[in-house]
Design a protein around this ligand. Structure first.
Ligand code: 13P
Ligand code: SF4
Length: 359
């Protein structure tokens, strides 16, 4: 029974004390979030992973790339544990390190050596990867002078990348890349998309020379479900509604919304509303429902009427959390996520650049 599971989790956590810290992403279900020592967005949880040197183990209730990041940012003796190893991210899987290396080589054929600065001190391309990518890709980015970003600091990161280079190669999420660059004034026709299955990504050499941002052909299966039609319906049914969406949504959805921002931005927008307000939210339903329960003075609903959970985040069930914690009590580390040393050093550099770019 569920209640027994929660008792087991609490008992294991209290037996472990400071030896363990449990981190939970905003998209985790409430049954998991209630046991987290820190709940936050990707950026906040990356910082939290660094902030607990006393813990022998960090149990990450989130998805695989987040646990890899926690491993990169925590101490070498600390074990990072992902309660269910099947909790991946379909977007992160859309950029494979071999495809990214191949893309880099093809860009080099068109633009010349990509790591060499011109007379103005700028390189032809700076790679920027969304946090939602493998450690191998973060390592690639670190090796080539690039930066990792999250949805909360993407704009600051792109500004830094443009200070260093003439163009940005942004992966894996085309929508976060396009929405952020568009808000900075980059024209859509200067953002060709790289399809890894096509030569030159499906663009011409001239398109790539003219590009300001080369976008990777990736997306989030949860956020791409949101549509302008849903926003129109919400506005028709709830006059005065405030529509707030995540920047992983398609550009036409972000344009039709009142504002866009990371999961923490959405949380703060609701917390800052002093008058009872109706909010239509374009992000994962577990977060939307939690915000609705926390703020009964407001009307808060998910834009997508059909339930819209992240199926891989949902794979962290309290049963797995109880199991990994009880194994720790018994002196065993299970489901450890450990990044290979050759990838870890450059990936850490790209992540430290990310942490220095405040949201
Ligand atoms: P943030 O936590 O940066 O808002 O990202 C949302 C997300 O999709 C995580 O996978
Ligand atoms: Fe990946 Fe989207 Fe799920 Fe985030 S919400 S973990 S980007 S599939």
């Amino acid at each position: 029974p569920e209640a027994e599971l929660h008792d087991r989790i609490r008992a294991a956590k209290s037996a472990l004390g400071d030896r363990v810290v449990v981190l939970g992403h905003f998209y985790q279900r409430d049954e998991v979030v209630q046991h987290a020592d820190h709940v936050g967005d990707s950026f906040q949880l990356a910082n939290a992973a660094k902030a607990h040197p006393e813990a022998e183990a960090i149990v990450f209730c989130g998805v695989h790339f987040m646990a890899e990041t926690a491993d990169l940012l925590s101490g070498p003796e600390q074990a990072v544990i992902l309660p269910n190893l099947a909790a991946g991210c379909s977007m992160a899987d859309m950029a494979d390190i071999d495809q990214v290396e191949e893309c880099w080589e093809q860009l080099e054929d068109v633009l010349g050596p990509l790591d060499d600065a011109d007379a103005d001190g700028r390189v032809p391309v700076v790679p920027v990867t969304y946090m939602n990518s493998s450690a191998a890709i973060k390592g690639f980015v670190g090796r080539h002078g690039g930066i990792v970003c999250t949805s909360s600091n993407a704009r600051t990161v792109l500004e830094r990348a443009f200070a260093r280079g003439r163009r940005v190669l942004f992966f894996p999420d085309q929508h976060l890349g396009r929405n952020t660059a568009k808000a900075m004034g980059v024209p859509l026709d200067r953002m060709p998309m790289w399809n890894p299955r096509k030569a030159l990504g499906g663009s011409t050499a001239d398109d790539l020379r003219d590009a300001q941002v080369v976008l990777w052909h990736g997306f989030c299966s949860v956020h791409r479900r949101f549509t302008v039609g849903q926003i129109d319906r919400a506005r028709a049914e709830h006059p005065g509604v405030r529509v707030v969406v995540h920047p992983e949504c398609p550009t036409e959805v972000v344009d039709a919304a009142d504002e866009a921002g990371s999961t923490d931005h959405i949380r703060r927008a609701i917390e800052a509303a002093t008058e009872p307000t109706t909010f239509a939210i374009g992000t994962e339903v577990n977060l939307v429902r939690r915000l609705a329960a926390l703020h009964p003075q407001h009307t808060i609903f998910c834009l997508d009427p059909v339930v819209c959970p992240c199926s891989t985040m949902y794979r962290i069930h309290p049963g797995y959390l109880a199991w990994v914690l009880e194994e720790l009590v018994a002196g065993r580390v299970v489901n450890r996520i450990a990044v290979d040393a050759d990838v870890a050093a450059p990936a850490r550099i790209a992540l430290e650049r990310m942490l220095a770019a405040k949201p």
